[in-house]
Design a protein around this ligand. Structure first.
Ligand SMILES: Nc1ncnc2c1ncn2[C@@H]1O[C@H](COP(=O)(O)OP(=O)(O)OP(=O)(O)O)[C@@H](O)[C@H]1O
Length: 267
């Protein structure tokens, strides 16, 4: 996986291995000549991914293609086990494609679903600042980035609150602030609302939407099971059984999923 200079000096960063799995960042993926559209933050073409299971090779992704425009908030949906997280891991560089091409333009961050795995420092402010530790920035710039990123996710008023007193959704927002402070342009967000109650779920969705639409420089790809979350999305991709079935307009994807749910597809 490509890493920033900072990561190369300290392969696992200042945080634990768990931290690196939960908020992973890296430098832009190398651009392949076959697919180049600079309006797209993410381009995937004919992505196939196989892994070696106990009983031999398993094909998880079958010729998946998708394009996510810069500065938009897109969602990736599909039944259990269809390959959503695997796509995200391929985009993050955690898993290597067996065939096909993957381009992510800009620095990317991966945030996982468990809020208690996202934040490690005693306060929100300290946590976001800690993530900037290896950038060697002047103190004033660290303060400014921390303030702006907490503000972007509506958490600036909680900057000094002990982290253990924050709700799951507030912790997720601190994790997203960490990614924004590190100037990540592509947020890869894997089922962030799984462990959250309804109001926390809404607060995280609104925070991502605000971060994306507020800056126009940030793109988010959000994996979810929850059809109702589509109301926040600018576009959507629907997968089944390792394949991309439909991609683009939210209403069209929602209608398709509703029809599938009325059939036999189990979510
Ligand atoms: N290391 C692995 N070994 C064997 N099978 C795997 C492995 N990783 C993923 N799979 C299988 O690949 C398929 C896709 O998994 P993935 O986690 O990407 O699906 P998903 O759509 O994110 O599922 P969910 O919505 O339940 O989280 C599943 O059938 C899963 O069991």
């Amino acid at each position: 996986m490509a890493r920033t200079d900072c990561d190369q000096r300290r392969p696992f960063g200042k945080r634990s291995t768990l931290w690196n799995l939960t908020r992973l960042r890296s430098s832009p993926t190398k651009v392949d000549a076959n697919i180049v559209d600079n309006q797209m933050a993410i381009e995937v073409e004919d992505l196939c991914l196989k892994i070696m299971g106990e009983r031999g090779e398993i094909t998880i992704l079958k010729s998946c293609s998708m394009q996510i425009p810069k500065g938009e908030f897109w969602m990736l949906l599909g039944p259990n086990g269809c390959g959503k997280s695997t796509v995200l891991k391929a985009l993050a560089g955690i898993l290597r494609p067996s065939l096909g091409h993957v381009i992510v333009r800009g620095q990317k961050s991966f945030v996982f679903q468990n809020p208690d795995h996202q934040v490690v420092m005693p306060t929100a402010e300290a946590d976001v600042a800690f993530g900037l530790g290896c950038f060697n920035l002047p103190e004033d710039e660290v303060k400014e980035r921390v303030y702006k990123s907490l503000e972007a996710v509506g958490m600036s008023m909680y900057s000094q609150r002990p982290i253990q007193t924050l709700s799951g959704g507030q912790k997720q927002r601190v994790a997203i602030a960490g990614a924004l402070a590190e100037a990540s342009q592509v947020l890869l967000l894997d089922e962030l609302t799984t462990f959250l109650d309804e109001s926390d779920q809404k607060s995280v969705l609104e925070a991502v939407q605000k971060a994306v639409h507020g800056s126009k420089l940030v793109t988010a790809l959000w994996v979810t099971h929850r059809l109702e979350e589509l109301e926040y999305a600018d576009g959507a991709v629907y997968m089944e059984n390792g394949r991309v079935i439909l991609s683009g307009n939210v209403s069209r994807v929602r209608r398709y999923i509703q029809r599938q749910k009325n059939k036999t597809i189990e979510w």
